[in-house]
Design a protein around this ligand. Structure first.
Ligand SMILES: Cc1cc2nc3c(=O)[nH]c(=O)nc-3n(C[C@H](O)[C@H](O)[C@H](O)COP(=O)(O)OP(=O)(O)OC[C@H]3O[C@@H](n4cnc5c(N)ncnc54)[C@H](O)[C@@H]3O)c2cc1C
Length: 488
C-alpha cells in the first residue's frame, strides 16, 4: 500500500494536497458515528483528485498493486458503505464539486460527484430556472454517493429514486479505463442499461466521476423536474401507529399524487421535542403523518380534501396546515432532522442503530406494529419513522455500545425486522444499501444464486476485487489474501 501511495504521488506529478495520511483524515474516511457498523480497519490514505484523469491514475496504480479503492462523497451513508475493512485508498471527491452545465430547455444538468443536492437546488433557484432536483436523502449527501446507494428521500413517493434521475454517467473502471454509459436524451434503449448497473452498486463496479479534460464527456447528467405551482404541508396525528400506517396505505391506494408521505411514531415526536431542534414549537407526542401536497392550486385543494376524508376514516385528528413557507420549512425540518435529533440525545457511550426495510403497501401496518412491539420489549429508547408512502420505514434504537449483551439484543431485533420484511416479500433495505452491514440480509432476501450472479458481474468488471471490497457481498478467499498481502 505504501508503494501504491508513492506511485500515486509520483504519477500525479508530486502535486500538493492530493494524498493525505493524516490520522484524523483516515478516521473520518473509515468511520462514521451514524453508521450501524464500523469495521476496525481504516484506509491507509485519502486521495483528493481534481479531475477524471486523476481518478483514473489513482485507480490504475491501485489496480497494479492490488490495493483497495473506496469512493467517498458526502460520507452520510448508514451501513458502513464507505468503510475500509481491507485498508486501501479512499478517494474523496471534495475538489470535484462543480455544476458543469445547466440545460434549462432540456431540463437536465451536468454535475461532478461532490455537488450536494441542496447546493444544486439553491443554484437552480438562483439561476431562476423554475426547475429542481427532487432526490433528497441526508442533508449533506452528494451526487456521487447518492448514485452509489441509489438513494431516495421524502420526495421519492412522487418522483422515484436516484435511478430514475440519471441520464448518463462517466465511470472509471477498476483498471483505470474511462467509459461513458450513454448520451443525453431523456430515454434510450441502446444496448444494456449500464446506468442501472452502476447506480446502487456502492462503488463496487466503477467510480463515477467527471471529465474536465473533455467537457463533452462529463461525469453525470441528471434530469430535473419543474417546481410545482403550489405546495402545502400538513401534519395529522393518530391514536396508534397501526392507524397511521393504515391511513398511509389507504392514501396511496387511492392514487393521490402525494409529493411526500412520512411517518414518525410518538417516541420520535418526543425526540424532536427533547432535542429542541424546532423550538419553540412543541409537538403532540402521538404517531404522526407528515404530508406534502404539490401541483396546481386546484389539484392541491382536491388532494387535501381527499386525504382529510381518508385520515378521518382512520381516526386521524388535529389536521394542521403550515400557514406560510417559513412554517412549511419548520414542519418539514422536524422530519428531515429526525436522525440528528435522535443523535443529539446520545449520552457518553451511547450509539444509535438506524436501519431500514421496505414491504409491499398492504403489509405496512402489520410489520410496523410487530416491529414496534419487539422494539418496546427491548426496554430501550427506540423509535419508528420513515417514507411510509413507499412502504419504507426505519427503526432508530439507542443503545450502549460498550455493553455487548445490549448490542446483541439490538442486532437480534433488527435481524427479526429484516426477516419479517423478507417474509412479507419486502426488502432488507429500501434505500440505505447493503454496505458492510447487510450482506447476510441480502443473501436471505435474494438467495445465493442471485448473489452469485452479482458476483459474476463483479468479477468481470473488477477481477482483482479492488473496488470497495467487502461491500454488498463477501470477498472471495483468494482475493482476501491479495488484500492482506498488499497491507502487509
Ligand atoms: C440525517 C440523515 C438522513 C438520511 N436520510 C436519507 C433518506 O431519506 N433517504 C436515503 O436514501 N438515505 C438517507 N440517508 C443516507 C445517506 O444520505 C444516503 O445513503 C446518501 O445517498 C449517501 O450519499 P453520500 O454522498 O453521503 O455518500 P457516501 O456516504 O460518501 O457514499 C455512499 C456509497 O457510495 C459510494 N460512492 C461515493 N461516491 C461515489 C462515486 N463517485 N462513484 C461511485 N460510488 C461512490 C461509497 O463508496 C459508498 O459505498 C440519510 C443519512 C443521514 C445522515
Amino acid at each position: 500500500m505504501q508503494e501504491a501511495i508513492s506511485d500515486i504521488v509520483w504519477e500525479l506529478g508530486n502535486q500538493k494536497d492530493i494524498i493525505s495520511t493524516d490520522p484524523e483524515d483516515l478516521h473520518a474516511h473509515g468511520y462514521s458515528s451514524w453508521s450501524t457498523v464500523n469495521p476496525d480497519e481504516l484506509p491507509v490514505a485519502v486521495a483528493y483528485p481534481r479531475t477524471t484523469e486523476h481518478v483514473a491514475t489513482i485507480v490504475r496504480v491501485c489496480h497494479r498493486h492490488r490495493v483497495p479503492v473506496i469512493p467517498f462523497s458526502g460520507g452520510t451513508s448508514l451501513e458502513g458503505n464507505f468503510s475500509a475493512p481491507y485498508g486501501g485508498v479512499s478517494i474523496d471527491f471534495a475538489y470535484m464539486n462543480n455544476i458543469i452545465q445547466v440545460n434549462k430547455d432540456d431540463m437536465d444538468v451536468i454535475v461532478q460527484p461532490s455537488v450536494g443536492w441542496r447546493d444544486l437546488n439553491d443554484e437552480l433557484v438562483k439561476l431562476g430556472t423554475g426547475l429542481f432536483f427532487p432526490v433528497d436523502p441526508g442533508p449533506t449527501a452528494r451526487i456521487g454517493g447518492m448514485i452509489g446507494t441509489n438513494c431516495s428521500g421524502t420526495n421519492a413517493v412522487r418522483y422515484g429514486t436516484m435511478k430514475d434521475w440519471v441520464i448518463n454517467l462517466t465511470v472509471v473502471l477498476s483498471d483505470g479505463q474511462i467509459i461513458k454509459t450513454r448520451r443525453r436524451p431523456r430515454k434510450s434503449s441502446a444496448g444494456y442499461n449500464l446506468n442501472s448497473l452502476f447506480v446502487g452498486s456502492e462503488g463496487t463496479l466503477g467510480i463515477v466521476t467527471e471529465g474536465e479534460w473533455r467537457i463533452t464527456q462529463p461525469f453525470s447528467t441528471l434530469k430535473l423536474a419543474v417546481l410545482p405551482e403550489e405546495t402545502s404541508v400538513a401534519v395529522v396525528t393518530f391514536p396508534s401507529i397501526r392507524h397511521a400506517a393504515s391511513a398511509a396505505a389507504s392514501i396511496m391506494q387511492a392514487a393521490i399524487p402525494m409529493q411526500c408521505l412520512e411517518i414518525m411514531d410518538e417516541v420520535q415526536m418526543r425526540v424532536v421535542n427533547l432535542s429542541k431542534f424546532t423550538a419553540p414549537r412543541v409537538w403532540v407526542e402521538k404517531p404522526t403523518l407528515f404530508l406534502k401536497f404539490a401541483g396546481t392550486k386546484g389539484s392541491v385543494k382536491e388532494q387535501i380534501q381527499l386525504v382529510e376524508k381518508i385520515t378521518a376514516n382512520h381516526k386521524g385528528g388535529n389536521f394542521e396546515f403550515a400557514k406560510d413557507e417559513q412554517e412549511q420549512q419548520l414542519l418539514w425540518s422536524a422530519r428531515k432532522e429526525s436522525l440528528w435529533s435522535m443523535l443529539s440525545l446520545r449520552k457518553e457511550g451511547e450509539d444509535v442503530w438506524s436501519t431500514d426495510v421496505a414491504v409491499p403497501l398492504s403489509r405496512l401496518a402489520d410489520i410496523i406494529e410487530v416491529s414496534k412491539k419487539e422494539m418496546d420489549e427491548l426496554g430501550l429508547f427506540a423509535s419508528i419513522l420513515g417514507h411510509i408512502g413507499d412502504g419504507n420505514f426505519h427503526e432508530s434504537i439507542m443503545y450502549n455500545k460498550n455493553d455487548e449483551s445490549e448490542r446483541a439484543k439490538v442486532e437480534a431485533c433488527v435481524k427479526n425486522m429484516v426477516r419479517l420484511a423478507i417474509e412479507m416479500d419486502g426488502t432488507c433495505t429500501g434505500e440505505h444499501g447493503v454496505g458492510w452491514g447487510k450482506k447476510e440480509s441480502l443473501l436471505w432476501e435474494v438467495g445465493s444464486e442471485t448473489v452469485g450472479v452479482m458476483a459474476t458481474i463483479k468479477n468481470s468488471l473488477d477481477p482483482r476485487w479492488i473496488l470497495n471490497p467487502g461491500k454488498i457481498m463477501e470477498v472471495p478467499w483468494e482475493r482476501q489474501d491479495d488484500h492482506s498481502a498488499a497491507k502487509d
